[in-house]
Design a protein around this ligand. Structure first.
Ligand code: PMT
Length: 221
């Protein structure tokens, strides 16, 4: 049973979107509500894990007993994760991290000039999941993958390329699951196997995901 394996262990997880400021009033963001990550945090806490949730801006209450660290940008999320990862047994990356940020955030509101458009220059953000997976003393590492098509092929590619222990893939861009929905469905992949989690509310999906993780965590080398 999952609790027997995971109770007392320390979980670090990321959740929600990251928000990349353009100026004092505008940002680049995405549609992550944080619900998937907060459901995993609440369920892990219920199993007796010690949970630290590094969260982008969302409108959700902090699950009871969970320590939340609020961040905004991908760089802030990376700094919070880097501070705590050495003390973690399990890392789960549910956050929808912005792959790019504006080269610089303007200190003043960007003004319209005539009828011309505006070109934004973006630079790549750090890959938090890849940085955790590349550590020598790494925890058991579970990534998420959000894909619109060929979900399993792209997810298995991420699993191998980033040398993850496990990846949970969801199809996005459809009504009723994924980003900003109450439900989700996951294809969970690890190097030697796979497990389907049928569409259900995110609390139920989180429960099943932690059960699958517990089995692999117990058998880890
Ligand atoms: O928040 P909800 O509204 O409940 O929606 C849940 C969800 C759809 C956001 C969630 O289930 C999900 O799929 N999260 C991952 C979304 C994502 O950005 O996937 P990706 O394929 O771009 O990234 C792959 C993995 O790398 C993810 O674990 C991501 O957290 C991580 N990553 C990506 C980029 C980056 N710079 N740093 C990262 O750590």
């Amino acid at each position: 049973e999952a609790a027997a394996v995971l109770a007392g262990r320390r979980l670090l997880l990321t959740a929600g979107p990251t928000v990349e400021d353009l100026d004092p009033v505008r940002y680049l963001g995405n549609r992550s509500s944080g619900r998937m990550g907060y459901a995993v945090a609440a369920e892990a806490q219920r199993l007796g894990m010690r949970v630290t949730l590094v969260s982008g801006p969302v409108n959700l209450p902090v699950p009871a007993g969970v320590e939340r660290i609020a961040v905004r940008s991908a760089e802030q999320m990376l700094a919070a994760v880097t501070d705590r990862v050495a003390q973690s047994d399990l890392f789960i990356a549910t956050a929808a991290v912005a792959d790019f940020r504006p080269r610089e955030a303007s200190l003043e509101k960007i003004k319209k000039r005539g009828d011309g458009g505006l070109t934004l220059e973006l630079v790549q953000n750090p890959d938090i999941l890849a940085e955790v997976a590349a550590r020598q003393d790494r925890p058991f590492v579970v990534g998420f993958a959000a894909e619109t098509h060929e979900v399993e092929r792209y997810a298995r590619d991420k699993l191998e390329r980033k040398r993850l222990d496990m990846i949970a893939a969801n199809r996005v861009g459809e009504e009723g699951s994924g980003f900003d929905a109450d439900c989700n469905a996951l294809t969970v992949l690890w190097p030697e196997g796979r497990h389907e989690i049928a569409r259900a509310d995110k609390a139920q999906v989180a429960r099943e995901l932690l059960a699958v993780i517990a089995q692999r965590f117990r058998n880890r080398p």
